[in-house]
Write a new protein. Structure first.
Length: 311
């Protein structure tokens, strides 16, 4: 069986999420090909060729794929998939979620979103109702198309493979969308979904100014990424891409510290698989209690600085 994995990248570096997708592909079993669709993306293809367990890398290098316009990439992926692949997998990232439904539509198959476990070659588990129930889905489609939740699969080694890199000459430019601009927030801290430690703040921190005053020293001490609840994002304390949860990012770090976050199910959906959860909240009845391993009841404005002073 042949599996096509769509690389997640920025034309220069391969996003680590691709390593988790390859891990899921290995659980299915079969020949794994990684497709790098980009522009000036040779370095990404070279990195993909070194991933343990990858047998081939396809590099479609053209300006039409420079910004991962879903219309162009999906058309390319669907064409390649028809050439003999049984599976098409991508990470459950913004890019993967943008491209794969279009691929499924072009192939006229249903798709499986957010795979968290591979039960057999055609049976997968995926969360539903914001992770409150797990569905077991069996697919009889000729080509199985699915996004993979990275936090559910341990990444394969980035080094150790020696796959061949083949160029794809075909250019798919649908001509129906164009890249206008992007604003990328430059962070000195680790990326939220890849971080080992995450410090998140909720409405309880009170303001953007207080978020940084109280939580930055803690994140600095721990080398942590910073996250937030939707209430904190909606109130403008921090940018949108800090949001953890059902409609934000899904994280599963070794340590998640939730400060002034009540623990609504939509927030828990994004962090409850974290290995150790610490909650700091003045309300001892807050629902985050149900998932916290350590539970510190107190005013965050005094408790967090005290914690920082002891680290
Ligand atoms: C369709 C949908 C999708 C959603 N998606 C998301 C999502 O992706 N992510 C997300 O987070 N939410 C999401 N939500 C919103 C969610 O329902 C909650 O409204 C939100 O998570 C609440 O954020 P919060 O815990 O920061 O705020 P609150 O619920 O207001 O909790 C604030 C907490 O801070 C504590 N606190 C206050 N002051 C202090 C202090 N001085 N010291 C210590 N503790 C203090 C309070 O006791 C309270 O527990 C979604 C909702 C819907 C309907």
């Amino acid at each position: 069986m042949s599996i096509l994995v769509i690389a997640d990248h920025n034309n220069q570096t391969l996003n680590g999420a691709t390593l988790n997708v390859v891990a899921a592909a290995q659980k299915i079993g079969g020949d794994i090909t990684v497709l790098v669709a980009g522009s000036g993306a040779q370095a990404v293809a070279d990195a993909a060729a070194k991933i343990a367990g990858v047998s081939k890398v396809l590099l479609a290098d053209n300006a039409a794929y420079a910004n991962q316009l879903a219309e162009n990439v999906a058309s390319l992926v669907a064409d390649i998939a028809k050439g003999g692949y049984k599976y098409v997998l991508a990470a459950s990232t913004t890019t993967g979620k943008n491209i794969l439904p279009r691929v499924a539509a072009l192939l006229d198959v249903s798709m499986i979103s957010d795979i968290i476990a591979v039960e057999s070659a055609n049976t997968f588990k995926r969360p539903i109702y914001a992770g409150n129930a797990i569905a077991t889905v069996q697919s009889d489609e000729a080509i199985i198309v699915g996004t993979v939740r990275g936090t559910a699969f341990d990444a394969v080694a980035a080094e150790g493979g020696s796959a061949v890199v083949e160029a794809v000459a075909e250019v798919k430019d649908a001509g129906i969308s164009k890249f206008v601009s992007e604003e990328i927030v430059k962070l000195d801290r680790p990326e939220l979904t890849a971080a080992r430690i995450v410090v998140s703040g909720g409405r309880g921190v009170g303001s953007g100014e207080n978020y940084h005053k109280v939580l930055d020293p803690l994140a600095d001490k721990l080398g942590a990424a910073q996250g937030a609840s939707r209430a904190a994002v909606d109130a403008g304390f921090v940018p949108n891409d800090f949001q953890v949860g059902q409609t934000g990012k899904i994280v599963a770090p070794d340590l998640y510290i939730a400060v002034g976050i009540s623990g609504a199910i939509q927030h828990l959906a994004g962090m409850k698989d974290s290995k150790v959860i610490v909650a700091i909240n003045k309300d001892e009845e807050a629902p985050i209690n149900s998932v916290a391993d350590y539970w510190l009841v107190g005013d965050l404005n005094t408790v967090v600085p005290e914690l920082v002073s002891k680290l």
